[in-house]
Design a protein around this ligand. Structure first.
Ligand SMILES: C[S@@+](CC[C@H](N)C(=O)[O-])C[C@H]1O[C@@H](n2cnc3c(N)ncnc32)[C@H](O)[C@@H]1O
Length: 440
C-alpha cells in the first residue's frame, strides 16, 4: 500500500538514482497515488525537507553509522535519512512511531538483518540528542563557510557565495530561509475574479495573490485561465521592466513565458512583443497558453537563441534578458540543485550572461531600456554583470525605477536594483537591474 513515506522514498530514490528533478518526480508519484490531502502534504514535506537538509542530516547520521553512508544500500540510506530528518527537524511526529515505520520499510526492502542495523542506528540516535547539531559553534568565527554549510545544509562553495554577497549574519538568515518551503503566489489573468477562501490580494504588485493552500476551487480557476501560478519575484521583474503601450518589447529568454504574459498585458493592440528561446518544448507550452488568453498586442514566438534572433525582427524599446543562471535563488523549489551545481557552472553561466547582454544591447533602440534578471544570488551573475556592462558600454546608464503605482522601496537596493530573497520578501531570490541606452 502506498503511504506518504513509501511515496516520498520512491521520489527520493528516483532523484538519487536517475537524477530526476524533485518537482517532476513528486508530482508524477502524487498523480498516480490515492493519498488524502494530509498524506500528500506529508509526502511533500518529507521529500523537500530530506533533500534540503541532506548535508546536515548526513553529518549527524555519520556519528551513528560506522560505515560511510554512501556504502550503505540505497533503500537503507534513504530510509535513515528520511527518519533522521523527521527526528531532527519535525517535532509533530512521535519519534518511536516514525522509527518503527522506518525499520519496517528497511525490513521490506532489505530483510531482517539490515532492519536490525537500522533499528540500532535510530534508537541510538534517539538516546543521544546531544549529538544532533551538525555544526561546531567555533567554526562560526574560524570557518564560517563550513559552519554555514553544515548548519544550513549547503555545500561550502555555495555558503561562501552567500557570505561573499551578504556577510555572516545576513547569510545565516538567508541560508535558513532557503531550507524552507516557498509560499504559493498567483496572479490574476482576468478582472473581478471571486477569490476562494484562503487566497488574498497583496498590496503590491497589482494582480498578485497569495494562497495559504491549494483547493478544488483554486484549481478550477487555474484551469479556466483566470489565475496563474507565478512567484512574487517573477511578477515584480515583469513590472520592473516598465513596459507600456506603444513600445516594442523583446523577452529574450522567454522560457515558458511567465514574464512574457505579464509583459503582454502591459502593451496594447498594435504593439509587438517578440519572445524567443531555443527550447521548442517551452515555446510550444507558451503558444498553448497564449492561445487560451485574450492578448491585445501581437506576440511573435521565435525558437532561437538571442544571438541568432533574425535581423528582420528589428530593434526594441524594452528588452528583458531573464538569463540562464545557476538557479541558486530557487533552491526552495528545487533543493537538489545545491548538490548538482558547481563553481564551474557559475563561471560558464556568467560568461554566457555577458554574451547575452552584449547581444541584447545591439538590438536596443536609442533611449531604450535593457532589463537583466537572474534567479540566483552569486555576485558574478548579479551585480558584477551590471558593473561590467556599464564599464564596457559608456553609452549605457542606470535607468530610474518605472512608475507602477506602488512603492518599490521594500524590493530594491541603494542602486535601485531589484534584490529579492526568501528571508525579507518570502519569494525566490532574484536579482534584476535596469540600464538605458543614451540617445546621443
Ligand atoms: C531563467 S530561464 C527563463 C525563464 C522565463 N523568462 C520565465 O519567466 O518563465 C532562462 C531561459 O533562457 C533560455 N536560453 C538559454 N540559452 C539562451 C540563449 N542563448 N538565448 C536565449 N535564451 C536562452 C533557456 O532555454 C531558458 O528557458
Amino acid at each position: 500500500m502506498t503511504t506518504a513515506r513509501t511515496l516520498a522514498l520512491e521520489v527520493l530514490s528516483r532523484i538519487e538514482q536517475d537524477d530526476a528533478y524533485s518537482h517532476i518526480a513528486l508530482s508524477n508519484q502524487l498523480a498516480s497515488a490515492e493519498l488524502d490531502m494530509r498524506d500528500r502534504a506529508l509526502a511533500t514535506e518529507l521529500v523537500y525537507g530530506t533533500l534540503a537538509r541532506q548535508r546536515s542530516i548526513d553529518t549527524v547520521l555519520s556519528r551513528f553509522v560506522s560505515r560511510k553512508l554512501d556504502r550503505l544500500d540505497m533503500p537503507v540510506r534513504l530510509n535513515l535519512r528520511m527518519a533522521a530528518y523527521q527526528l531532527i527537524y519535525l517535532d509533530r511526529i512521535p519519534a518511536h512511531a516514525l522509527v518503527n515505520d522506518a525499520v519496517k520499510l528497511v525490513k521490506r526492502a532489505c530483510g531482517q538483518r539490515t532492519a536490525g542495523f537500522a533499528n540500532a542506528v535510530l534508537r541510538n540516535m534517539l538516546r543521544s540528542k546531544h549529538k544532533w547539531a551538525p555544526f561546531v559553534e567555533s567554526d562560526r568565527t574560524h570557518n564560517p563557510a563550513r559552519y554555514l554549510g553544515l548548519k544550513h545544509s549547503l555545500p561550502d562553495w555555495i555558503a561562501s557565495r552567500l557570505l561573499d554577497r551578504h556577510g555572516l549574519q545576513r547569510a545565516e538568515e538567508l541560508a535558513e530561509a532557503f531550507a524552507g518551503r516557498p509560499p504559493l503566489y498567483l496572479r490574476e489573468l482576468a478582472n473581478g475574479v471571486e477569490l476562494p477562501e484562503g487566497v488574498r490580494r497583496l498590496d503590491a504588485p497589482p494582480g498578485a495573490l497569495r494562497a495559504e493552500s491549494s483547493s478544488p476551487e483554486l484549481r478550477s480557476l487555474l484551469e479556466a485561465h483566470r489565475l496563474t501560478i507565478q512567484d512574487l519575484g517573477s511578477q515584480l521583474i515583469a513590472h520592473y521592466c516598465g513596459a507600456h503601450a506603444g513600445q516594442r518589447v523583446l523577452d529574450a529568454c522567454c522560457g515558458l513565458g511567465g514574464k512574457s504574459l505579464l509583459l503582454a498585458s502591459q502593451l496594447a493592440t498594435g504593439d509587438t512583443l517578440v519572445a524567443c528561446d531555443p527550447l521548442p518544448s517551452k515555446l510550444e507550452m507558451l503558444a498553448n497558453t497564449l492561445a487560451a488568453l485574450p492578448i491585445e498586442p501581437t506576440v511573435v514566438l521565435r525558437q532561437t537563441t538571442l544571438q541568432q534572433l533574425p535581423a528582420a525582427d528589428g530593434n526594441f524599446d524594452v528588452i528583458l534578458v531573464d538569463a540562464p543562471c545557476s538557479g541558486l535563488g530557487v533552491i526552495r523549489r528545487h533543493p537538489e540543485t545545491r548538490w548538482r551545481r558547481s563553481p564551474a557552472d557559475v563561471d560558464s553561466l556568467a560568461e554566457l550572461q555577458t554574451e547575452l547582454l552584449d547581444h541584447a544591447l545591439q538590438r536596443l533602440n536609442p533611449g531604450g531600456t535593457l532589463i537583466y534578471s537572474v534567479c540566483t544570488f552569486t555576485r558574478e551573475e548579479g551585480p558584477q554583470q551590471i558593473e561590467r556592462l556599464l564599464k564596457r558600454h559608456p553609452r549605457l546608464e542606470r535607468a530610474p525605477l518605472p512608475e507602477r503605482g506602488f512603492d518599490w522601496s521594500p524590493f530594491v537596493n541603494e542602486r535601485q536594483e531589484l534584490d529579492l530573497n526568501p528571508h525579507d520578501h518570502d519569494c525566490d531570490a532574484f536579482f534584476a537591474a535596469r540600464v538605458r541606452l543614451r540617445s546621443t
